[in-house]
Ligand binder design. Structure first.
Ligand SMILES: [Zn+2]
Ligand SMILES: [Zn+2]
Length: 330
């Protein structure tokens, strides 16, 4: 099968011909149709995460594919069914976090496109218990970004609580989806882009943001909560400066540059800094139920599999309005 392989972090992805993976017990084999490109892929590429990825590695953890074979005991999906594979590829179900319903924090978790080969390939295998049925209204390309940008962002939105005035710092793949969810929930969205990014700000307003400006600006009103999507530590402090009493400021990324020291005054009055890690299957089921009702529409820029490196670099440069998606088969 054709695949784009990461041999070593920092080296260009290599177009390779690999043997097709075969499903083990409880696994399904998918013909990959699309795979979203996530900011996390860039962090893997740049060797910024704790721990070590499998190498060589097929990245990609926003996979939409069709079941073509089932391993022993795999009966949840029919052959021919369209399913999604997210970042959480497997959790043990037995550690204290799993037993408490927090499998996103599982100490033995395995992640798709990191510990397990992912979707930058024609075929992949996945543990069926961690896959999701894809809602019918979504095209293969539009469904892919829901699987990480959408659902980890959705988890971050839940962690912000009931905030009415919510700030989104960084308006890319995840924020453009969550903006629609937040507006649907009756929240008022304030979007922050790179300074001077008039196109990004216009994009945010089109998706329902009440106000959009540069990230060094303060919004016209205090924020009741904020999600920092950009991997830029100083934005956590910037968001606190914009925050009302009791506001929660949540980082939605897996990696961030250092957060600079700041005066306690900014945190006082029960403001909170926090992070979101990974996803639970319940997060995924919740988002995939509400997304078609809203309906959330993902803006996607598509690339053929062979252009995965270019997709990564375009994502890094912030050139993409919405999400980058590899189209692998139809
Ligand atoms: Zn991701
Ligand atoms: Zn566990």
């Amino acid at each position: 099968m054709r695949a784009m392989v990461l041999d070593q972090p920092g080296t260009p992805l290599r177009a390779a011909e690999l043997p097709e993976p075969e499903p083990g017990p409880g696994e399904i084999k998918l013909a990959v149709r699309t795979c979203g490109v996530c900011r996390t892929d860039l962090h893997i590429y740049d060797s910024e995460l704790q721990g070590e990825p499998k190498l060589p590695l097929v990245m990609g953890h926003q996979i939409v594919g069709v079941v073509i074979a089932r391993g022993d005991g795999a009966e949840r999906f029919e052959v021919g069914e369209r399913v999604g594979v997210p970042w959480l590829g497997w959790a043990d179900g037995t550690c204290r976090y799993c037993r408490e319903g927090r499998e996103n924090l599982c100490v033995n978790a395995r992640f798709t496109g990191y510990d397990i080969d992912g979707g930058y390939a024609e075929f992949t295998v996945a543990a069926e218990d961690f896959c999701f049925p894809i809602p019918a209204p979504y095209s293969d390309a539009e469904a892919a970004p829901l699987l990480c940008a959408g659902l980890i962002g959705y988890r971050a939105l839940r962690l912000v609580g009931e905030a009415e005035r919510i700030g989104f710092y960084g308006f890319g793949s995840s924020a453009h989806i969550l903006c629609q969810v937040a507006v649907h929930e009756g929240r008022r969205v304030f979007a922050f882009t790179r300074d001077g990014d008039a196109e990004g700000q216009a994009f945010a307003r089109r998706l329902g943001a009440e106000w959009a400006g540069g990230s060094s600006e303060l919004p016209p009103e205090e924020l009741d909560g904020a999600i920092v999507f950009a991997a830029v530590g100083p934005l956590m402090v910037q968001a606190l400066k914009a925050s009302a009493r009791g506001a929660r400021v949540i980082s939605a990324g897996i990696h961030m540059s250092e957060i600079p020291a700041f005066s306690y005054d900014l945190l006082w009055e029960e403001r909170t800094l926090g992070s979101v890690a990974n996803l639970t299957r319940a997060d995924g089921e919740d988002l995939l139920r509400v997304a078609p009702e809203i309906p959330v529409r993902a803006a996607v820029t598509t690339y053929p599999l062979e252009d995965a490196q270019r997709a990564l670099e375009d994502a890094r440069a912030g050139k993409i309005e919405g999400s980058a998606v590899l189209v692998i088969s139809r």
